[in-house]
Ligand binder design. Structure first.
Ligand code: SF4
Length: 345
């Protein structure tokens, strides 16, 4: 059965009207789902009884369930979620001062097989529907009984490989009359899927954009991110420049530091050359070791500082992103529902 969470507000109005309901009933339904966090149609007391029974006969509500959870010593929480077809995904809740960020998955698995990423190793299962992405937000919020304030599409999967459902889910999550997570508080992170980026630019979509860069040389990036052979940096940067020009926004570059792979002065110089060509921000991220990642090692504290110092005096901001959830394998490149579900079974 299709989930009611997979519709933008306008589409939901159409469903209610088709069922003979009034427009304000759609507003009430939207409010139950996204303001009051009530997903049981029977409890939506101000909706006409015949509409409630029509909705329950046609639509399901939350299309996933929490199978297990883990909490890190730093407060980060990872949820393993079971989908209707017994596939598993993970999402990660990151508390930080006033913010509660949710890292959502956009696919069960991933087809792009980056060498340092546990998700890629598990292979691709399928795209998530918008309702399964929105469902992660409602489930996480319900789990902690707190409002999610920020969303990052950085969990399992490549968001632009599931473009329509990802944008639809972000539209539902950002709708002012519902969950109302601000557009500027939603970040879509891609390895550099050029087809998706071109469309994103053309359609003038205004969520924040992050690029998982990890190496500034095509010949080296090919080796750790096989998708680079199709979507090279040489072709990617002109597309990013068009995006930055049209949107008047910075592009955030994510760079996981891996010892002996992307940590030399030569890498820093090339990064500087690339990032000077458009409004940029650089996030340097500590590499998190997992059992799949024996080929890769984190930098020492000293080497990380040395790498950071190469960027002193540059106009674009450079920050070390805080490591979160390493002890529960919840960090970048560590999500692997496959592994977790194996442990559980
Ligand atoms: S890093 Fe992203 S694109 Fe690469 S395999 Fe992992 S999920 Fe897929």
């Amino acid at each position: 059965m299709e989930s009611i969470l997979g519709f933008r507000y306008g589409e939901l109005c159409g469903i209610v009207e088709d069922a003979g309901g009034k427009k304000y009933s759609a507003k009430q339904l939207w409010s139950w789902l996204y303001k009051k966090s009530v997903t049981d149609f029977a409890l939506m007391s101000d909706l006409p009884a015949d509409l409630r029974s029509y909705l329950s006969s046609r639509f399901s509500t939350i299309p996933l369930k929490v199978e297990t959870s883990q909490k890190s010593s730093d407060g980060t929480v990872k949820l393993l979620l079971k989908l209707y077809d017994s596939n598993f995904i993970e999402c990660v809740i990151i508390p930080e001062k006033e913010r509660l960020t949710l890292c959502v998955s956009s696919q069960a698995g991933c087809r792009f097989n980056c060498a340092f990423c546990a998700t890629g190793k598990a292979g691709f299962k399928r795209n998530l529907s918008a309702s399964e992405i929105v469902g992660q937000v409602l489930t996480a919020s319900d789990f902690l009984c707190k409002k999610i304030t920020n969303i990052v599409y950085m969990g399992m999967g490549e968001p632009f490989d599931n473009y329509d459902e990802v944008i639809k889910s972000a539209d539902i999550i950002s709708d002012d009359s519902g969950l109302a997570v601000g557009k500027r508080k939603i970040t879509i992170s891609t390895f550099g899927h050029i087809d998706g980026l071109k469309r994103y630019t053309e359609e003038d979509i205004r969520y924040k954009l992050a690029i998982s860069l990890h190496n500034p040389f095509d010949s080296e990036r090919d080796l750790i991110m096989p998708a680079n052979r199709k979507y090279s940096l040489k072709e990617l940067f002109p597309v990013l420049k068009s995006y930055a020009k049209k949107s008047n926004r910075k592009v955030v570059f994510e760079y996981i530091l891996m010892k002996g792979v992307n940590d030399t002065e030569k890498h820093a110089s090339e990064l500087i050359r690339l990032l000077r060509t458009l409004p940029s921000k650089l996030n340097l991220i500590r590499f998190h070791r997992g059992s799949e990642n024996d080929r890769f090692r984190p930098l020492t504290e000293e080497s990380s500082v040395r790498f950071y110092n190469y960027f002193r005096g540059e106009d674009f901001p450079v920050v070390f992103r805080t490591s979160r959830g390493e002890d529960i394998a919840a960090a970048c490149g560590q999500l692997s529902a496959e592994r977790l579900s194996e442990v559980m079974n």
